[in-house]
Ligand binder design. Structure first.
Ligand code: AMP
Length: 474
């Protein structure tokens, strides 16, 4: 006997519809490439997302066609998140830290039709456009007045001119929730990059689980600063979870230095921020130098690489900010585990709590995990035995885009390439990686190669000025 409840497709358009209706005045604040602070609301984002959808229809883009972005975290990128996926196209977030040759390879492999880019990345686009054979439309995320006349890119349009004259009414199409919604390439395995292709269903379920109290604990009372990039694994799903909960969003744009991030946290009363350890290192350094304190920040989720215990203590002991150490990967949308304490830990002393907090945390509902030995036999959850970490769940990859690399699964489980222990309370601790690989996103900000991609923009130089790495290209 089947249940008699309504069967409604889980579609990304429903998130922005919800945010508009229930949190229409909710703020979206963005530091722009231009350097100023831009303010709008969920109502504005909803209307402009529908304008994007109309503009894509006008281009006669088909259902499932890929629309690429090369963009920082900001309101226009957010409009593309909803307008592209909501209208049935696939949002392909390109990673600007990659070498131009890699970007060309990836754009051709994904058969992108449109590329929307922040002006910061104009030098990259100039370097690649002629070799991106499937892209028919180049759109600069700026207004018409800021569009360079001599870009050399044929038919280059400004975003505002492209979507600004479109009607703000649009009826979001209803389709199978398993349809693709967005994609992200990862270089995390051997061979060419491969894309994780997320669906509307996987994205909504991931956002839902991510917003829960023992995960990222997001609510309409939060002001959320994703320093994790929207160009890598959808900024850990935060744009979707925020729309689902009505949280205020604060976008840092290209300014990732300690001062800019700290100032934004204070001026926008940020309560929750997400970033990789290197970003927080810069900010904590800035705060220490100036003897600064937070007035609103309550918690920060840190992942992408292991969070040093000293950073957890600095946030917790010096500033009263809870660190949620999290683990995940591109192939998992990305959230797998988040380290939140259980009731039994609350009475523990600081050092005992720290022994828990340094772990990558407990699997969130929806993610099953196990560790196995060389023969594939499951190992105990005793906190000592370590083995290859396998996962499964509704937002874990089944296969890569175009079936690249064959089926990655082992009896239905995805091998993460990480080696871990799991303790009796279910806390995962990453101890190693089983393969020597360079991942595409985790510590992205330390790796933007300014010289290599020829970016002279001061904001990028500022954001990128802490290191250089040439990603491996097998
Ligand atoms: P990516 O798919 O590029 O986002 O990289 C995912 C990989 O980053 C994982 O497979 C881990 O190896 C690593 N990673 C992510 N979060 C953590 C963490 N909290 N601690 C240690 N490694 C992490």
């Amino acid at each position: 006997m089947l249940g008699l409840m309504q069967s409604q497709q889980l579609l990304i358009s429903s998130l922005i519809d919800f945010a508009e209706r229930h949190h229409g005045e909710g703020e979206i604040v963005s530091r722009r490439v231009e350097g100023d602070i831009h303010r709008c609301t969920y109502k504005d984002i909803a209307g402009r997302s529908r304008q994007v959808a109309n503009a894509l229809d006008k281009m006669q883009l088909s259902f499932g066609d890929r629309v690429a972005t090369l963009a920082w975290n900001g309101y226009r990128h957010l409009e593309l998140y909803f307008g592209v996926s909501g209208s049935g196209r696939v949002l392909h977030t390109l990673n600007p830290r990659l070498h131009p040759d890699q970007i060309v390879w990836i754009a051709n492999h994904s058969e992108d039709q449109v590329l929307c880019f922040d002006m910061t990345f104009l030098p990259i686009v100039k370097a690649v456009y002629a070799r991106c054979t499937t892209i028919k439309h180049f759109i600069a995320l700026c207004d018409a007045a800021s569009l360079p006349t001599d870009s050399g890119i044929p038919g280059l349009q400004s975003y505002e001119a492209w979507m600004g004259h479109q009607p703000a009414h649009y009826t979001w199409p209803v389709f199978d929730e398993n349809s693709a919604s967005s994609m992200c390439y990862t270089s995390g395995t051997t061979g060419n990059p491969k894309a994780a292709l997320y669906s509307h269903r996987s994205t909504i379920l991931h956002a839902w689980a991510g917003a829960m109290p023992d995960a990222l604990n997001m609510s309409a009372r939060d002001s959320v600063l994703p320093v994790v990039p929207m160009f890598h694994v959808n900024a850990w799903g935060l744009p979707y979870s925020a729309a689902m909960t009505g949280a205020k969003m604060v976008f840092p744009g290209p300014a990732m230095d300690g001062k800019s991030i700290f100032d934004l946290i204070e001026s926008e009363k940020v309560t929750f921020a997400a970033g990789v350890p290197t970003v927080w290192q810069m900010m904590l350094g800035h705060m220490q130098q100036g003897g600064l304190r937070f007035s609103t920040l309550k918690r920060t989720v840190i992942g992408g690489s292991a969070c040093p215990p000293a950073m957890i203590s600095a946030f917790n002991d010096n500033y009263g900010v809870e660190v949620l150490h999290a683990w995940g990967m591109t192939e998992m949308s990305p959230l797998g585990t988040v380290c939140t304490l259980k009731n039994k830990h609350l009475a523990m002393d600081a050092s005992q709590k720290m022994a828990v907090r340094i772990k990558q945390g407990r699997g969130i509902y929806g993610v099953e995990m196990k560790i196995v030995d060389d023969r594939g036999d499951e190992l105990p959850w005793d906190g000592k035995a370590y083995g290859d970490l396998l996962v499964k769940g509704p937002w874990v990859i089944r296969e890569y885009f175009k079936g690249e690399g064959g089926s990655p699964l082992i009896n239905g489980w995805f091998p993460t390439g990480d080696v871990a222990t799991i303790d009796p309370d279910g806390y995962l601790q990453i101890t190693d990686r089983s393969k020597d690989v360079i991942k595409s996103g985790g510590e992205w900000i330390s790796s933007i190669d300014v010289e290599n991609i020829g970016m002279a923009h001061p904001a990028v130089a500022m954001a990128a000025g802490i290191g250089m790495k040439h990603p491996k290209w097998d």
